[in-house]
Ligand binder design. Structure first.
Ligand SMILES: [Zn+2]
Length: 317
C-alpha cells in the first residue's frame, strides 16, 4: 500500500481528531476555535446585537433531518472550526487579519482567503470520515456487519476515506504554495458588487463532481464578504491547472448583468455552501414566502444539484 495512504488511514482511525492542520502535520498543539470568516472587519459589517443568521440542522424523525434558519448565531462562534492551533492560525492569516486589504494586487492575501476555505473543508471532511468509520467499526464489533465481507455501509464508509484522501492530496498542493510562497500557482477571479449593502459572508470550498481532471474532481474556493457599506467582494479561487475548466463552468455568472449575477451567485451559494452567514437586519426584511423559498431551495439542492423552482426571490444580496 502507498505509504502516504497508509499513514492517512491511520490518522483517520486515530480517535481524537483535534490535530492542527499546519503544513507537514507535525504540530502537536491543541487546536482552538479558529474563525474561517473574519470576526472583526467582516462580521462587524453584518451583525446585529452580536448575532448573525445562518442554518442549523433540525432532527425530524418522520422526514429525516433538515436545515432551518438559525436566527441567533453568536458572531464569536459563527464560522469557527477546530482545525488549527492558536499560534498557527495567527501566523498563517496575519496578513488578512491585521493589514489593509488590496484584493486587486496582493496575491498572498487572495491565496489566504482560499487557503482558509481549503483548511476548513479538510477539517470537516476528516470529522465526517472519522464519524462514519467509528460507526462502521462499532457495528462490526457488535456483529451487526460482517468484518471481512462487503456491506453497503462498509462501502459507504470506505467512500468517505477515499474522499478524504483526495481532499488531503488537494490540501497538500495549497500547503506547498504556502510554504514556497508561490502564490501565483492559484488563479482567482474577483468580482466587486457595487452599490451593495452588506448582506452576506461566505467561506467555502466545493467540488464540481461531474468533471474529472487528473483523476480527481476540480474544486472551487469561494469567499464572499462586504468590504464596506457599499461594496461586496466575491472571490473565486482554483489551482492553475483547473482554472480554465472551472471558468467555463462559471462563465454564466461572470458575464451576467448585475441583478442576474446576484441571482446566480445566490443559487450557487445555496447549492454548494454551508459556511455562510446573513445580516439579521437584511434577513428580517424578507417576506415569509421568501424565507420558505430559500429554505426549500437550500434543503432540496443539498447534493449540489439544481432544481426547477420559481427563483426570482432566491436572492441573498
Ligand atoms: Zn499548530
Amino acid at each position: 500500500m502507498n505509504k502516504e495512504l497508509k499513514n492517512f488511514i491511520y490518522k483517520v482511525n486515530t480517535k481524537d481528531y483535534r490535530r492542527c492542520l499546519f503544513p507537514g502535520g507535525n504540530c502537536q498543539e491543541k487546536t482552538s476555535n479558529a474563525h474561517s470568516i473574519q470576526n472583526s472587519r467582516i462580521f462587524d459589517l453584518l451583525e446585529k446585537d452580536k448575532h448573525l443568521v445562518g442554518f442549523k440542522i433540525v432532527p425530524k424523525s418522520k422526514t429525516g433531518p433538515y436545515l432551518d434558519f438559525d436566527e441567533k448565531i453568536s458572531k464569536n462562534k459563527a464560522s469557527t472550526f477546530q482545525g488549527l492551533c492558536n499560534n498557527h492560525d495567527t501566523e498563517i492569516f496575519l496578513e488578512i487579519e491585521n493589514q489593509s486589504l488590496d484584493l486587486k494586487n496582493n496575491s498572498k492575501q487572495l491565496f489566504l482567503f482560499a487557503y482558509r476555505a481549503v483548511l476548513k473543508e479538510m477539517h470537516s471532511v476528516m470529522i465526517s470520515t472519522l464519524k462514519t468509520q467509528s460507526t462502521f467499526q462499532k457495528q462490526v464489533e457488535l456483529g451487526l456487519l460482517p468484518k471481512n465481507k462487503p456491506s453497503n455501509f462498509g462501502i459507504w464508509a470506505g467512500g468517505w476515506v477515499s474522499n478524504a484522501y483526495m481532499m488531503h492530496l488537494y490540501k497538500k498542493k495549497y500547503d506547498q504554495v504556502y510554504l514556497n510562497e508561490t502564490y501565483k500557482d492559484i488563479s482567482h477571479d474577483l468580482i466587486i458588487l457595487e452599490s451593495q449593502a452588506p448582506t452576506i459572508a461566505v467561506n467555502s470550498l466545493f467540488s464540481l463532481d461531474h468533471i474529472t481532471i487528473r483523476d480527481d474532481v476540480p474544486r472551487v474556493a469561494i469567499n464572499i464578504f462586504p468590504c464596506n457599506e457599499s461594496e461586496t467582494a466575491v472571490l473565486f479561487s482554483y489551482l492553475n491547472y483547473e482554472a480554465s475548466l472551472i471558468r467555463d463552468e462559471l462563465k454564466e455568472i461572470f458575464f451576467a448583468r448585475p441583478l442576474m449575477k446576484r441571482r446566480l451567485l445566490s443559487k450557487l451559494v445555496l447549492r454548494n455552501c454551508e459556511n455562510f452567514f446573513l445580516a439579521p437586519d437584511y434577513f428580517e426584511s424578507w417576506s415569509n414566502k421568501k424565507k420558505e423559498l430559500v429554505k426549500k431551495y437550500f434543503n432540496e439542492t443539498i447534493y449540489g444539484q439544481d432544481i426547477e423552482i420559481e427563483s426570482s426571490e432566491i436572492l441573498l444580496f
